[in-house]
Design a protein around this ligand. Structure first.
Ligand SMILES: *Cc1c(COP(=O)(O)O)cnc(C)c1O
Length: 358
């Protein structure tokens, strides 16, 4: 058994040194303009090996939307500041207070419940209020911020430590000097009106890279929550490579289970495929087709790129079909792919894909 463990396919090769390098480069870069990084690990199922690499890069704050992932880090005894980056469910309030050092919030009813839980545990829970600035996902409308702050600062067991916003997720709205200034402005107003200090002004995620590089005034913004840029080395507005970062810290490897020359167009009456779609096939004559033992269960096939010269024809839930062209592959050969964020999410979540750290 032990002898073949490294040969298990499909598997994901994870290069911790490249992740550590990316995290450290970005940490240094953002620090040049007074911005700290919270490293977001939702893309990698909160992997403790990766959290460890992030800590070694000098990052102390780790964010994840899942309380189960945050709990896992705390129970492993890692010396981190944990941030729950999705507004808590009411049903998880107890655990949030117990395991998350900070949570991002947008509902007063939930914050009130967190306060009750914190008091019961004789502790205090730190929160960041999320502000809606156009992307239309989570966040308090700017016109409601003052009312909520007023209620929150009176709540025992709740420590309001900052405000934040999130762009470019649902609406794809670009972080700009205009919306970032608006966040700074709201922070300024709260600090003055209530005579409190907001320690964290968290301006967004990997999509803030372009704004950060271009701006000469980051205002009060002093934190960004960065996931994809660390893991895959790209900003997320155009998926452009960030200079000096690795884009290949992850590689997916799958194995050929059938290799035959077949026609390029199916033969028979064409109806729906396994996912309810109707596909058009181009007649390229007979071609050498390989089936790999992986499929839509584990990957987003439109977003993976083979590292050798083959074309992806299609996939069902557990078969991936390639036109292997002139390559010299055979049954049992491994094919390696670069992956994007949606495939990273799926392969990390899949019990069928082994994770090999190096
Ligand atoms: C996912 C997420 C992030 C990180 O986004 P990346 O694009 O991976 O940098 C930051 N903040 C919140 C609230 C998120 O949901």
């Amino acid at each position: 058994m032990i002898g073949i463990i490294n040969m298990v396919t499909p598997h994901l090769e994870i290069n911790l040194e490249k992740i550590r390098h990316n995290a450290s480069e970005l940490n240094n870069l953002f620090n040049t303009k007074g911005i700290s990084i919270t490293a977001v690990t939702k893309g990698v199922l909160g992997s403790l090996e990766i959290v460890q690499a992030l800590l070694e890069s000098g990052i102390k704050s780790i964010g994840n939307p899942y309380i189960a992932s945050i709990r896992k880090m705390k129970e492993a005894g890692l010396d981190i500041q944990s941030m729950l980056i999705r507004p808590p469910m009411m049903s998880e309030a107890e655990e949030v207070v117990k395991y998350a050092d900070i949570s991002l919030n947008s509902e007063i009813s939930v914050i009130t419940l967190l306060s009750k839980c914190a008091l019961r545990h004789k502790s205090s829970h730190k929160i960041i209020l999320m502000i809606e600035l156009g992307d239309l996902r989570e966040g308090i409308l700017p016109c409601d911020v003052e009312n909520i702050v007023e209620e929150v600062i009176d709540l025992e067991g709740i420590d309001l430590i900052g405000i934040g916003t999130n762009m470019a997720c649902l609406g794809g709205v670009k972080p700009t000097d205009k919306n970032m200034k608006e966040l700074s402005c709201i922070a300024e107003q709260i600090q003055q009106k209530y005579a409190i200090e907001l320690k964290i002004i968290s301006g967004g995620n990997s999509a803030n890279y372009e704004w950060f590089m271009a701006t000469n005034d980051t205002g009060l913004i002093n934190n960004l929550r960065i996931g994809e840029a660390i893991l895959l080395g790209r900003e997320t507005l155009h998926r452009k490579k960030i200079p000096n970062l690795y884009t290949d810290a992850f590689a997916l490897v799958a194995e050929i289970i059938e290799l035959k020359t077949k026609n390029s167009v199916p033969c028979g009456e064409l109806c729906q495929d396994s996912f309810g779609n109707k596909t058009e096939f181009q007649d390229k004559g007979p071609m050498k087709r390989a089936i790999l033992a992986i499929g839509k269960q584990d990957i987003d096939i439109s977003k993976i790129r083979p590292r050798i010269d083959v074309d992806i024809i299609g996939a069902s839930s557990d078969h991936l079909i390639l036109d292997v062209k002139k390559t010299s592959l055979s049954v049992g050969s491994e094919v390696k792919f670069d992956i994007n964020y949606s495939t990273l999410l799926r392969v990390m979540t899949s019990p069928y894909v082994k994770k090999n750290y190096s």
